[in-house]
Design a protein. Structure first.
Length: 430
């Protein structure tokens, strides 16, 4: 199946999360990536060629005047570099909630999360009851090979105790150049004394898709975030489910709950897996490359089998592109709760010294032309908030997804069954 591929220039659609549940395995943001090359802005007719104007000298003088007052008279001594960076951060942050000034470390986090690859030991973690628990060691990674197990508690990294108030420090210590060593101290329930593992860091591939074959030949696929590998991961999962089932799937539940978003092209690719044709998403902005339309290509991997998409209030950005496309084309029934409502696209523009700015450059629209910005998408089958059990403090809510205790999944399966029966009745009608 052919896929839509946009020019690689580091323009992105961003999620809303800061630290994901897969903490050590990916990073702190989920973005979409193209080429790292500053674009030339081409304004449309409504821009009045503002891009050609220089900053008025009066305004530049006012900025310099404020900086000088702060530098000389603020109670604490602030370096010129800190002042300039603070001014830039304030300017960008004041535009909207999704634009930001990125330091080199933050910029690197974006690259890690979009490519789905980093150098470390390969442990997925979550905060649970005030401790850092191993959710899963990623298959084939140094941690998995050394015998780190799900449920282990991480006590220290290189003899530095883990602090739940500063989990980012633990994340950074776990990462490093491939081939370098890192020592991890772990507590295990059935072992009296702490265990120590000295691991050699390696390149780790983080996969955003997990699957499960349910009763009746129904597939369950959860996408935790959208990275460059998501579409290929999804296709592998669907092929694996068909093989396990020994036949084509009778239906599919696609779980996008608590998925904060990610790579724009991945959202388009995932939608394209299930659509035969039609518009997936359109976008409109001031620059020429901020205005685009992305379409589906022939080839529905499920061959028309019924689909349900699970969403909630933390399904955002790229998740909403997929949900909106499948709903508008009547390819899937949406079950759950109103989505987050983030309908904008950001572009990461590299600057000098490893810095970058993340700038909102487009607003996107579903195939029907609807804008979901600050509104979200309403599911076809709404779930009552009171019917969903509240997670315990410190427990990752996504851990229950896909289980028999998953109330929303059971409703999705019931909806899927009704769709299948409806299709059978329709096919038998004279």
């Amino acid at each position: 199946m052919s896929r839509v591929v946009m020019p690689f220039r580091f323009a992105l659609i961003l999620g809303v999360g800061v630290i994901m549940g897969f903490g050590l395995s990916v990073g702190r943001t989920v973005q979409a990536q193209r080429e790292i090359e500053p674009p030339t802005a081409v304004m449309n007719d409504e821009s009045d060629n503002d891009g050609d104007k220089t900053v008025p000298w009066q305004d530049a003088r006012l900025l310099a005047e404020v900086l000088e007052h702060v530098r000389k008279e603020y109670v604490e001594n602030i370096s010129d570099q800190e002042l300039i960076e603070a001014a830039i951060r304030g300017m960008i942050a004041d535009l909207d909630a999704h634009s930001a000034y990125l330091d080199p470390q933050e910029f690197d986090e974006i690259r890690i999360s979009t490519t789905g690859e980093y150098s470390g030991v390969g442990i997925e973690v979550a905060l649970e009851n005030g401790v850092v628990k191993v959710v899963n060691p990623i298959e084939g990674t140094p941690a998995q090979k050394a015998g780190v197990l799900p449920g282990d508690t991480i006590l220290a990294v290189d003899d530095v105790p883990v602090s739940v108030e500063n989990l980012n420090d633990t994340i950074d210590r776990m990462r490093g150049k491939a081939g370098t060593a890192v020592k991890i101290s772990i507590a295990r329930a059935e072992v009296k004394d702490p265990l120590e593992f000295t691991l050699s860091r390696a390149a780790v591939q983080v996969h955003s898709v997990r699957d499960q074959l349910l009763d009746g030949g129904v597939g369950y696929v959860r996408i935790s975030h959208f990275s460059e590998t998501t579409t290929s991961d999804l296709e592998r999962s669907l092929a694996s489910l068909k093989k396990k089932n020994g036949a084509a799937l009778s239906g599919l539940v696609l779980d996008l709950r608590n998925n904060p978003g990610g790579v724009l092209e991945a959202a388009v690719g995932v939608s394209d897996v299930f659509l035969e044709d039609g518009v997936i998403v359109t976008a409109n902005g001031r620059a020429a490359d901020a205005r685009f339309e992305m379409d589906a290509h022939p080839g529905d991997t499920l061959e028309g089998a019924p689909m349900v998409v699970l969403v909630n209030g933390s399904s955002a950005s790229a998740s909403e592109i997929v949900a909106g496309a499948l709903q508008d084309h009547r390819r899937a029934t949406l079950v759950g709760r109103q989505t987050y409502g983030k309908g904008s696209v950001q572009t990461v523009l590299p600057l000098s010294d490893g810095h970058a700015i993340k700038l909102t450059t487009s607003k996107y629209f579903t195939p029907s032309g609807a804008s979901i910005h600050e509104k979200g998408i309403k599911p076809d089958v709404m779930v009552n908030e009171n019917d969903v059990p509240k997670p315990k403090d410190g427990v990752d809510v996504t851990e229950s997804y896909g289980s028999k205790e998953d109330v929303e999944l059971q409703l999705a399966l019931s909806t899927l069954q009704q769709k299948a029966l409806g299709a059978i009745r329709q096919s038998r009608a004279p």
